[in-house]
Design a protein around this ligand. Structure first.
Ligand SMILES: Cc1cc2nc3c(=O)[nH]c(=O)nc-3n(C[C@H](O)[C@H](O)[C@H](O)COP(=O)(O)O)c2cc1C
Length: 321
């Protein structure tokens, strides 16, 4: 396949494994790179820039292909001065691209770009997408309401946002939220996007470093099985409607404090559950795209099948004219 996004990185498929808290580690992200897409390391998987530096070196041992580093700018997760240290690791190791998400990346843009790293900014807002293009972003990930993790509170889906941003921005746009097969890849391309970012679909892959119970959960649940939590703390998240999410909503209804909420929503609890297989024990980010995910399969097979299915879908549609 050839789009401006595949050209930008010299990759085979315009498919990105999105930033994934606790899961975006070299053993997984490198598989996506080696299979022809582009994988993403997540700084939240590491306690500090030194540990992250070791992960980047490991990534370079596992793949000679370009990869992305997701830097969440949510202030609760990473502080401003520390972010420069993560960026410096990327510069030292020649990382191809940084994807910023969660807040305005303006103070970091010149440091990233002047050191030869491509900047992808992920946003749920068409307005912010255009502003980031003007400030120098090389590509935009537009995140529709369907995304696992943090959609916008305004409820606008991928179908509208991807279409609008692809026509208002001149840089390549990637659609995120609700993409899980070749038909949705074809739809994103038809809307004018030059690639897709997937999270939930990649959870249900053989190589994803999450328990089999979590993978089975994705396969056995559907489009109605996610909920929006954390509205009360202005950090809305789309997650699976498991016991932890139900408890969180109940606590939010009661007006529980952030401190108490953290006993359920803290990232370390999810991380532990991802390992021990207790799906109900912690918050688990997934999207309604679960409704079209029917199996767990190897990353290479997933991506090859997606691209073949996208081509078939485009052929079928073109014969309608
Ligand atoms: C388990 C999981 C963890 C995620 N963690 C992050 C994260 O730390 N930072 C981020 O920017 N996006 C995160 N996301 C969102 C993805 O990068 C991507 O934008 C989203 O999953 C796309 O929607 P989809 O799930 O419908 O494919 C996560 C998604 C999943 C499924």
């Amino acid at each position: 396949m050839k789009t401006r996004f595949t050209d930008m990185f010299g990759i085979k498929y315009p498919i990105v494994q999105g930033g994934m808290q606790h899961l975006g580690v070299p053993e997984f992200a490198s598989v996506v790179c080696n299979a022809g897409g582009i994988g993403t390391l997540n700084i939240t998987c590491y306690a500090n820039p030194e540990e992250f530096h070791e992960a980047v070196k490991e990534m370079k041992r596992l793949t000679d292909k370009p990869f992305i580093v997701n830097i969440s700018l949510v202030p609760q997760l990473t502080k401003g001065e520390e972010i420069f240290r993560y960026i410096d690791v990327c510069i030292e190791e020649g990382v191809a691209a940084i994807e910023t998400a969660g807040a305005d990346p303006s103070e970091f843009i010149s440091h990233i770009k002047e050191n030869g790293i491509k900047l992808i900014h992920k946003t749920p807002s068409a307005k912010i997408a255009k502003r980031m293009e003007e400030k120098g972003a090389d590509a935009i990930t537009i995140a529709g309401y369907e995304v696992a993790g943090h959609p916008s509170t305004d409820g606008i889906g991928t179908m509208i946002l991807a279409n609008k941003v692809a026509s208002t921005c001149n840089i390549p746009v990637l659609a995120a939220g609700g993409i899980g097969d070749g038909k949705s890849l074809a739809a994103a391309l038809a809307l004018g996007c030059e690639g897709v970012v997937m999270g939930t679909r990649f959870v249900a892959t053989t190589e994803c470093p999450i328990s089999d119970n979590h993978k089975k959960w994705v396969v056995s649940h559907g489009e109605r099985d996610t909920v929006l939590i954390q509205k009360s703390i202005k950090n809305m998240a789309r997650v699976s409607n498991n016991m932890a999410a139900k408890l969180t909503l109940e606590m939010e209804d009661r007006g529980t404090t952030l401190q108490e909420l953290l006993n359920v929503i803290a990232g370390r609890i999810s991380r532990e559950c991802y390992k021990n297989g207790n799906v109900d024990g912690g918050i688990f980010a997934v999207g309604p795209v679960m409704g079209i995910i029917n199996d767990v399969k190897p990353v290479q097979q997933l991506m090859d099948e997606m691209v073949a299915e996208a081509e078939a879908a485009c052929g079928r549609v073109s014969r309608m004219f």
